[in-house]
Design a protein around this ligand. Structure first.
Ligand code: HEM
Length: 481
């Protein structure tokens, strides 16, 4: 038994070393040494990886960054994810890194994610291939954004989720809202209705898929990692079967209904099968969890804020509803009028930090301010640190959407919740639309309360301590739809 345990531990260790060794062998170039920022390289091989990714409240920077920033400053060196690294908590350097994608830096997500996401995922490809694949996604999203069918889908799914709360006093909000945002994506991409059993199965595979990202990459049956690799295979097979089914049906004539994303990518002869599957999975993966987390964060912050904030938000939606007939769906003009709601969204993005950081690598020696970042080093622009930086925002830990009312443009320059440069999130407007529409129906239908000890936790992807278990109470005049 002991031998077995030792063998397994040895295997895990050997596996980690084999993965990380090639990068960790690189030495700091001596001639740049003086300009490197201060910092600590931590333990051999593992460096400071565990401490850097240790879960903490997502509305704080966590102990690791607090200690390192106060000891070494906002930019410091470390050893993370198997290689020497520069961690940046400096908004100017973060923006510089994002703007210089492909010129000085390149996306460099950990190898373990390759196995799960696939070689052609947008998060890994670079250069012309990245441009080509990204174009397919951005043009589909641009078409969809103002499509009345898409808006109607968000409106109807919001109403049916809220209707399903009738007679209930408690809701596990984060779980339910993930089904909602995945439902929107699955309907728009693959034309699968949320009531169909396939939608639930796809969700289950996605939950498994997501868990794999945060697990140790141990390819032994039963681990979260190997389950995630399997879930990807199932999702990939499902997409392939759907494409085959459509091809067969289309031999006899065109499919009924408007074209969905699968139709669009199927018509692209310049993409191979694996690229097509990756595109579908990228939008699903990029699109559902993040938008759902944003909604949960908004409910969380509003529940803890002074009641005047919720009151102001409700007023905005009452005014919009007053101009419409009962049950009339929301449209693009209504969305434009949801100005304060968008401020609430921006403030929740700032305080809640859905994407804590992005992974990059310097592709040549880079000089910025007094620092040199040597070629080949990993670079981690930490968005959370800039979002909660008191030199950029007064009283940074206070949830205060009013700060956006004063100077939305000025504020926008101080934040990068959707990244930037050539990898700027293509789904930002979709996420805001979904959030605005759901909030509209929610604030006109229910009041909610959260548990005293509820909190968002950065794993670094955000989860809630109590799953955002909310107590709900219908509004007396809940009859707008
Ligand atoms: C609140 C919601 C969202 C947040 C905070 C968010 C954040 C981000 C960030 C920070 C990146 C940049 C990653 C990097 O630079 O390495 C990104 C990329 C991406 N996001 Fe989003 N996102 C959100 C919603 C969405 C939605 C709704 C979709 C799809 C409909 C989407 C699809 C993508 C894709 C495909 C990429 C890769 C872009 C590329 O590499 O060119 N995201 N997102």
């Amino acid at each position: 038994m002991v031998v077995l345990v030792l063998l397994s531990l040895g295997f895990v260790l050997a596996y980690i070393l084999a993965r990380y060794m090639p990068i960790s062998k690189r030495k700091e170039p001596k001639d740049h040494y003086y300009s490197l920022p201060g910092g600590s390289m931590g333990w051999p091989f593992i460096g400071e990886t565990a401490a850097f990714f240790k879960p903490h409240r997502s509305d704080s920077i966590g102990r690791f960054l607090q200690q390192h920033c106060s000891r070494y400053g906002k930019v410091f060196k470390s050893h993370i994810c198997g290689g020497p690294a520069i961690v940046s908590c400096d908004h100017e350097l973060n923006a510089f890194v994002l703007q210089n994608e492909e010129k000085l830096f390149q996306a460099a997500y950990p190898k373990v994610m390759h196995d799960i996401l696939g070689t052609y995922s947008l998060f890994f490809v670079s250069g012309d291939l990245h441009k080509k694949l990204r174009n397919v996604i951005t043009s589909f999203i641009a078409l969809n954004r103002s499509n009345p069918d898409f808006l109607l889908c968000i409106d109807q799914l919001s109403i049916s989720l809220l209707d399903s709360w009738r007679g209930r006093t408690q809701v596990r909000f984060h779980d339910e809202i993930k089904v909602f945002t995945l439902g929107i994506m699955v309907k728009q991409l693959l034309s699968i209705g949320p009531e169909e059993p396939t939608a639930r199965e796809v969700l289950q595979d996605f939950v498994t898929y997501m868990r794999g990202f945060v697990s140790l990459p141990i390819p032994i049956p039963g681990t979260a990692y190997s389950k995630a690799v399997k879930a990807r295979k199932r999702l990939s097979k499902r997409v392939a079967e759907m494409m085959e089914g459509r091809e067969k049906r289309e031999e006899g004539g065109r499919r009924e209904g408007s074209a969905d994303f699968l139709d669009v990518i199927m018509s692209r002869e310049d993409l191979n099968h694996e690229m097509k599957v990756s595109l579908v999975l990228d939008i699903l993966l990029g699109g559902y969890e993040t938008s759902a987390t944003l909604l949960s964060l908004i409910l969380y912050f509003l529940a803890r804020a002074p009641p005047t904030l919720l009151h102001k938000l409700k007023e905005e939606h009452e005014a919009i509803r007053a101009k419409k007939g009962a049950g009339e769906p929301l449209n693009m003009e209504d969305y434009q009028e949801m100005e304060f709601t968008r401020n609430v969204i921006h403030e929740a993005l700032r305080c809640g930090n859905i994407v804590k950081l992005v992974h990059r690598k310097a592709i040549r020696d880079v000089k910025f301010k007094e620092y040199v970042i040597p070629s080949g080093w990993l670079v981690f622009p930490v968005f959370t640190a800039a979002n909660l930086d008191q030199s950029l925002h007064d009283n940074p830990c206070e949830f205060n959407p009013m700060r956006w009312t004063v100077s939305e443009k000025g504020m926008g320059k101080k934040l990068t919740p959707f990244g930037g440069g050539s990898r700027l999130c293509p789904g930002a407007e979709i996420a805001k639309l979904e959030n605005c529409f759901f909030i509209h129906h929610l604030v006109l239908s229910y009041r909610w309360r959260i548990k005293e000890d509820e909190m968002p936790i950065a794993h670094p992807f955000v989860e809630f301590k109590r799953g955002m278990l909310i107590e709900i109470e219908p509004m007396e005049d809940n009859n707008h739809h």
